[in-house]
Ligand binder design. Structure first.
Ligand SMILES: [Zn+2]
Length: 135
């Protein structure tokens, strides 16, 4: 298998879990993807945090998302000891952008605007981390 056709995988370090993000990681362990929504301005946001990044309201709630969106931008890292991998931003259908790793796709198989969906990948000793694969 050539480098270009190999699917990308790489070990993901355990995410840092805080009181603010614990519900997210608890849901991730069950394969559910949560985002937060502000009940003041109604905007959805990610990465999860207690305060709305748009209006600074503390009136925010968890919301389960299907984790579907499109690739906004990406870059492929070729010089990696574990083989090439790609990171980039996914724009969720709810609006927020998620910085993520792309999996189950060859480096040359990615494209801006491609539909992707979240899945969870085991980490080294922590809860599974969200990654995105072609939908
Ligand atoms: Zn808000």
């Amino acid at each position: 298998m050539s480098e270009a056709s190999a699917h990308m995988t790489r070990p993901i370090p355990a995410p840092a879990v805080s009181i603010e993000t614990k519900p997210f990681w608890d849901a991730a362990a069950e394969g559910r993807f949560l985002i937060k929504r502000c009940t003041e301005c109604q905007k959805a946001f990610w990465y999860p945090r207690a305060m709305c990044p748009f209006c600074m309201s503390a009136e925010t709630v968890w919301e389960e998302s299907p984790g579907e969106g499109v690739i906004y931008t990406y870059s492929v890292m070729h010089r990696s000891p574990t083989g090439p991998y790609a990171i980039g931003y996914v724009t969720l259908n709810e609006g927020p952008a998620v910085l993520t790793n792309f999996v189950d796709v060859a480096p040359d198989g990615l494209a801006i605007g491609m539909k992707v969906r979240v899945k969870f990948q085991p980490t080294e000793g922590g809860p599974p981390a969200p990654v995105f694969a072609p939908a």
